[in-house]
Design a protein around this ligand. Structure first.
Ligand SMILES: Cc1cc2nc3c(=O)[nH]c(=O)nc-3n(C[C@H](O)[C@H](O)[C@H](O)COP(=O)(O)OP(=O)(O)OC[C@H]3O[C@@H](n4cnc5c(N)ncnc54)[C@H](O)[C@@H]3O)c2cc1C
Length: 344
């Protein structure tokens, strides 16, 4: 079923819990119906120039209200094929990501356990190639099925077509045009744990290492370290770890030996954005309705009735101070929504 609703508050649709209102809010639990409707609207020239596709709203900040919002709510998880070692599972865009991870872990299908407890939907997971505890969505996504709103056709993207990168993909650079309908995940029936991420091995203790126990460990670390977005508005890490040329990373490390540096694309190193922000004195600070989380300075929080603009102004202050001190401009990981960002 498709529903067109008018003047809908987006407060319950974003984990920052900032106010915004969509003039038109289209929600559908049926992919064929929604894609047909979008195609018809396009054919009759009745689609607006810009439209926001919204999943769980856990990676967006509404600085202003979007006029049209499409909320794909298609559900379904099904095994498409399997052999002795691998099972290919298709999940639809509106599935809650963590319910899908739990479904796989319960069946001992491995590859996603480290990605447990990330808020949001399956449909959004390829967009920023979600990652945590040494794994990324690109490690398990085999194919993404999309509706091209501009051309009005269904397309299949292979993993290679998605050009996944650190918190990045093809979809992030073509916003508004491709509606992700489902994704196909290739999961392993034989378990190769990934426990190299700091603290994960310790959290496991003496437990047998299975997808279920790794999931439990990841969830308990996340519960300790991250604010619950149903209590304290936030969108997880607000900034990406910046990639800087190898030479610059080396010079910074000489000057600041405690700076954490990670591998990145050829010729680059990623440096810890949390460390840079902490060095600038932001960790645990509060300004009016907004703040920088005390346990993890990458996370900005809505301490009360913050607006998107207040949060963005605070983020800009942080970015300016980091740039002034380290000559590095941080980039938001969170999607900043201004009206008319997505051209269809
Ligand atoms: C407490 C907390 C912890 C987090 N931890 C992590 C973490 O460990 N790792 C990590 O990577 N992220 C993390 N995040 C960020 C967030 O959970 C992920 O980015 C998630 O994938 C966003 O899903 P969503 O459905 O809420 O997407 P939304 O916020 O609704 O949308 C995000 C982007 O995807 C697009 N989009 C959504 N659905 C579709 C679709 N069907 N088709 C096309 N485009 C679509 C939107 O237009 C937007 O550009 C965290 C967030 C919170 C609040």
């Amino acid at each position: 079923m498709i529903t067109f609703r008018r003047h809908i508050s987006l407060l319950p649709y974003n984990t920052f819990a900032v106010p915004a209102v969509a003039d038109t809010f289209i929600v559908s639990d049926n992919a064929a119906e929604l894609t047909h409707e979008l195609h018809e609207l396009r054919r009759k020239n009745r689609l607006p120039e810009t439209m926001l596709i919204l999943g769980g709203g856990s990676n967006v900040l509404f600085v202003s209200s979007p006029s049209w919002v499409v909320h794909p709510d298609f559900k379904g998880v099904k095994i498409e094929k399997e052999d002795e070692s691998t099972v290919w599972v298709r999940a639809y865009a509106g599935e809650t990501w963590d319910d899908f991870v739990a479904w796989c872990v319960e069946r001992d299908y491995s590859g996603m356990e480290n990605l447990s407890a990330i808020p949001g939907t399956v449909g959004a997971c390829p967009v920023q190639n979600i990652g945590a505890y040494g794994r990324e969505a690109k490690d398990v996504i085999e194919q993404v099925e999309v509706f091209d709103i501009t051309e009005g056709e269904m397309l299949s993207f292979s993993r290679k077509d998605c050009t996944f990168n650190y918190r990045d993909s093809f979809f992030k650079h073509h916003r508004g045009r491709y509606l992700i309908v489902s994704a196909l995940f290739g999961l392993s029936k034989t378990f190769t744990p990934q426990l190299s991420y700091a603290g994960l091995m310790e959290e496991m203790g003496n437990k047998p290492v299975t997808p279920a126990t790794v999931r439990e460990a990841v969830i308990s670390i996340r519960r300790r370290k991250l604010p619950d977005c149903t209590v304290l508005g936030n969108a997880g890490s607000f900034f990406k770890n910046p990639a800087v040329p190898v030479r610059k990373a080396g010079l910074l490390q000489q000057q600041y030996p405690s700076l954490p540096v990670y591998p990145a694309a050829k010729g680059y190193r990623k440096v810890s954005a949390a460390w840079l922000i902490e060095q600038c004195g932001w960790k645990g600070t509060r300004k009016g309705n907004v703040g920088c989380f005390g346990l993890q300075p990458l996370i900005l929080i809505n301490c009360g009735n913050a607006s998107g603009k207040e949060l963005m102004d605070f983020a800009n202050e942080i970015m300016d101070s980091v740039e002034k001190k380290f000559d590095i401009r941080l980039e938001p990981e969170v999607r900043i929504i201004h009206d008319s960002t997505d051209r269809v």
